[in-house]
Ligand binder design. Structure first.
Ligand SMILES: NC(=O)c1ccc[n+]([C@@H]2O[C@H](COP(=O)([O-])OP(=O)(O)OC[C@H]3O[C@@H](n4cnc5c(N)ncnc54)[C@H](O)[C@@H]3O)[C@@H](O)[C@H]2O)c1
Length: 262
């Protein structure tokens, strides 16, 4: 992969998938601008420390990103063990607003990749609510407005990633012919967030999935998919989602059909 001359912004660079993606892009000679609330232990590019949970924090990060970038990788995210308001603020509005602010700085032919999740595969069932939430003018008001909706507050991580799936289509549609926008939906990946997922989604469910697959995904598995979506080989992929889960969703879909077929 030759990314010489490309400047790419990677959020969540201090850990897990963000750190692995930055390392992969740098091996391809890209210039990486890393963003995170935490200072990374090992990252050699330009680092912008910032908090993507508030509009002010997002704006401060965007201000520090130079013009003439070639891509934005929205990888920072928080699990459902964080307060639901934080999950929605970072995973939905952090992604939406950082992308809005940086799109004018992305050169024609550039790309955005958003991190969704395979838990969001059923997003279309909540399409209208998701669309309404994503397009709200004021993030704090939108978050306050769902406080009495247990479907959202009790499943904030899943809902946030369902929003990312729709947001990806909206951003792709608004930038046709100029900047491609796609999402990646991992299954369980061996990063610090995985322990939180076990608490949120159920230890047996997550560990059962890993045992079925023979291993958890590794950050490098996801980084490779992200890098592909950035590449010229993915030039006609736009507004779509790449599920990178070792076949977990496919298996669940097939086994769910088995009793009816028997
Ligand atoms: N690991 C998995 O199993 C898995 C599965 C599906 C989706 N994902 C998604 O992949 C992405 C990366 O997750 P990961 O597994 O690398 O997790 P991780 O916890 O290792 O990394 C997340 C990074 O995001 C940063 N971050 C969180 N809140 C922030 C904020 N307010 N401002 C700035 N930075 C912030 C953290 O500091 C951290 O460095 C997330 O969006 C996550 O939801 C992960």
């Amino acid at each position: 992969m030759n990314l010489d001359g490309q400047t790419l912004v990677v959020t969540g660079v201090a850990s897990g998938i963000g750190a692995a993606t930055a390392a992969l892009l740098q091996r391809g000679s890209a210039t990486v601008v890393g963003v995170d609330r935490n200072i990374p232990d090992a990252f050699a590019g330009t680092f912008v420390q910032g908090d993507l949970s508030t509009p002010e924090g997002v704006a401060a990060v965007a201000d520090q990103v130079p013009a003439g970038i070639h891509g934005l990788l929205n990888i920072a995210g928080v699990p459902g063990t964080a307060p639901w308001q934080t999950v929605l603020a970072v995973n939905v509005f952090g992604v939406r607003d950082l992308t809005r602010l940086l799109l004018p700085k992305i050169a024609d032919g550039g790309a955005v990749v958003n991190l969704a999740s395979n838990v969001a595969a059923g997003w279309a069932e909540r399409r209208e609510e998701v669309a309404r939430f994503v397009q709200a003018a004021d993030a704090a008001e939108a978050i306050a407005a769902v406080a009495d909706d247990p479907e959202v507050t009790g499943n904030s991580y899943r809902f946030s990633k369902e929003c990312v799936r729709w947001l990806t289509q909206v951003q792709a549609s608004e930038n046709l012919g100029r900047v491609r926008v796609n999402s990646v939906s991992p299954g369980p990946v061996q990063t610090p967030i995985l322990e939180d997922f076990k608490k949120d989604h159920g230890r047996e469910k997550v560990e059962g999935a890993v045992s079925l697959l023979g291993r958890a995904g590794q950050p490098e598995d996801i980084a490779a998919a992200i890098a592909f979506l950035l590449s010229p080989q993915a030039a006609w992929l736009n507004g779509t989602d790449l599920c990178v889960d070792g076949g977990l969703l496919a298996h669940r879909s097939v086994t769910a059909m088995a009793p009816a077929a028997a």
